[in-house]
Write a protein that binds this ligand. Sequence first.
Ligand SMILES: [Zn+2]
Length: 62
Amino acid sequence: MPKEKVCVHCKRFVEGDVCPACKTSEFTRRWEGMVIVIDPDSEIAKTLEINAPGKYAISIIK
Ligand SMILES: [Zn+2]
């Protein structure tokens, strides 16, 4: 099963052709880990520099 695609800029999981946050279409399927952020003020969100709720990859493999 292919991995879902992730925006290379904000690490958000994107289902369409354009990242709703960055308005770009630069995606990767090479990522590791997944986090669902409900509260952008939480410690994990701050650590990962996430400022909006959503589903994010923890790291992108370069
Ligand atoms: Zn993005």
